[in-house]
Design a protein around this ligand. Structure first.
Ligand code: DC
Length: 227
């Protein structure tokens, strides 16, 4: 069977990572969560005093960027977890604060160039499912299968809130919705690699389709590309 690259792009909280992980598990492909890489840089900035609400210390971050190590390692259950400079940060990078920082960090050209370089290396041998915002447009413009996921902001905020409540975090709907909308605007309007559907990407609006139906659609698309 032919090995391919699967690029999954779309808005935040569209279920990209759930779909990407499931497809990687079923196919034996490597899953790469590129959002986690931007989040890890955001956490690095918070931990090292390089980012406040008002500013990012650009010169200092640019000096550090190549020496920051971001890796994915499988845990005992076989799930990929994010390591920042050899420390497991999978939980810390999922906070709203780190997410907002990641959204700002991801507008910086020098950060994007370094992370895109690392992502391209990860996909060099194909057999990769990668999710993000620019995978089908910038990281792998020649990916064999490109998906673009969308859903309404309200549905995405509700899904994100349910996830956070399930983890015991206290959040209210309005805060989560505002965070989703703020990140959408930044993703779409930034000058560096804004979120766009690649012309050859297949768009799936999953506002009203369940996970099983969506998985089935994606499995069929994958099978067509690999046989
Ligand atoms: O998918 P996520 O919410 O974990 O992504 C975190 C932030 O990083 C989000 O604001 C969008 C940004 N991002 C990006 O600009 N490019 C990517 N390939 C992945 C994420």
């Amino acid at each position: 069977m032919k090995k391919i690259i699967v690029a999954i792009d779309g808005f935040s909280s569209c279920g990209k990572s759930t779909i990407a992980k499931a497809l990687a598990r079923e196919t034996g492909y490597i899953y790469v969560d590129t959002g986690a890489m931007y989040r890890a840089i955001s956490l690095f900035c918070v931990q090292n005093g390089l980012m406040t609400d008002q500013e990012i210390k650009l010169e200092e971050l640019e000096k550090e960027i190549k020496s920051i190590s971001i890796e994915f390692r499988a845990n005992a259950a076989g799930e990929s977890e994010t390591y920042l400079n050899n420390i497991n940060v999978e939980k810390e990078i999922r906070s709203l604060e780190v997410a907002s920082g990641a959204s700002k960090i991801s507008t910086l050209g020098f950060v994007r160039r370094e992370l895109v370089r690392q992502q391209q290396l990860m996909g060099e041998k194909k057999g990769v499912v990668m999710d993000g915002r620019d995978i089908g447009t910038v990281v792998f413009p020649n990916a064999e299968l490109k998906l673009f996921l969308t859903a309404s902001a309200e549905i995405r905020a509700q899904r994100r809130m349910d996830e956070m409540l399930a983890k015991g975090e206290k959040v209210d709907f309005e805060t989560v919705l505002a965070n989703v909308i703020e990140r959408d605007e930044r993703d779409v309007n930034r000058t560096e690699s804004p979120l766009r559907k690649a012309v050859d990407a297949i768009e799936i609006d999953n506002s009203n389709i369940n996970k099983e139906k969506q998985s089935e659609m994606i499995r069929t698309l994958f099978a067509k590309k690999t046989f």
